[in-house]
Design a protein around this ligand. Structure first.
Ligand SMILES: Nc1ncnc2c1ncn2[C@@H]1O[C@H](COP(=O)(O)OP(=O)(O)OP(=O)(O)O)[C@@H](O)[C@H]1O
Length: 255
């Protein structure tokens, strides 16, 4: 599984956000996307999540141009991608039901039938259980609590568990710890590393350089209308090829 945006052009109105940029996510790696506010980190994640079609260029899943595939195939690909947004949206029900939500909605009918058959035959279906996913984010003891009564940090962790619970091949995280305290941040970062170790490819947009250093194998630096540099985390932080990267990381670039 590799999810890739290739030479994508995209914008809103007359303003280009991307003028030909590329990014790929492979199994078992974490790619951090860093860059100033408004540069297009969320937009890039939305393109990778197959929510929006790029104006130009391609988004490919395992080499297949997703927007030239049938809608059925595109939906099947979309089901393999988990996305956690900046703003969490839980509904008024228990934590468990919120974490299970993706399982019910996103599974295709053939998957559901297969799972039922496997359940009938007494086999496990390989899907991460919602409670297991809640354990990963340290919320197992809150499964029966009403989601509406959770703190902001707990709600973000439930949103992450929901994405994990349906066993995605790729996880796209948009500032998943922007409102979290250090303890909640550490729990989520740990969950990201567990996801990676289980073979999931992760892309994470973050404002937090230290977070990128802690969790990412590769870092993509978005500036202007595209990625100006992408490489191994250590190289990008310690010995960047582009001087603008160094300035951005050192806080010398003013936007
Ligand atoms: N639906 C939209 N309609 C019009 N303009 C949009 C829309 N979504 C995003 N933009 C614009 O596209 C640009 C990129 O936005 P985006 O949210 O991707 O940036 P970002 O890097 O994620 O920002 P932040 O770090 O503040 O979350 C911004 O100039 C934004 O105003």
């Amino acid at each position: 599984m590799t999810l890739a945006a290739r030479d994508v052009h995209h914008g809103y109105g007359d303003d280009p956000v991307f003028d030909g940029t590329s990014l790929s996510v492979s199994p078992g790696e974490v790619v951090a996307i860093i860059g100033p506010s408004g540069v297009g980190k969320s937009t890039l994640l939305r393109l990778l999540a197959l929510f929006d079609r790029p104006d130009g260029g391609t988004v490919e899943y395992d080499g297949e141009d997703v927007w030239n595939a049938s809608e059925r195939r595109r939906l099947a690909y979309r089901r393999r991608i988990g996305m956690v947004f900046q703003e969490t949206s839980l509904f008024d029900a228990s934590v468990r039901r919120n974490a299970e939500y993706g399982l019910r909605v996103r599974k295709s009918w053939p998957d559901r039938l297969r799972d039922e058959l496997r359940g009938f035959l007494g086999r496990t279906n390989g899907t991460v259980d919602a409670v297991e996913a809640l354990e990963t984010v340290g919320l197992a003891e809150k499964v029966d609590q009403d989601a509406a009564s959770l703190s902001g940090g707990e709600a973000q962790r439930v949103a992450f568990a929901r994405a994990l619970a349906y066993d995605p091949e790729v996880l796209l995280l948009d500032e998943p710890t922007s409102d979290l305290d250090p303890r909640n941040t550490a729990v989520l970062e740990d969950a990201v590393l567990q996801a990676k170790n289980s073979g999931i490819g992760v892309a994470i947009a973050t404002h937090d350089m230290h977070q990128a250093e802690r969790v990412a194998d590769r870092v993509a630096v978005l500036l202007g209308t595209g990625i100006i540099e992408i490489g191994e985390t250590e190289t990008v932080f310690d010995d960047p090829a582009d001087d603008r990267t160094r300035k951005f990381i050192d806080g010398e670039l003013v936007y």
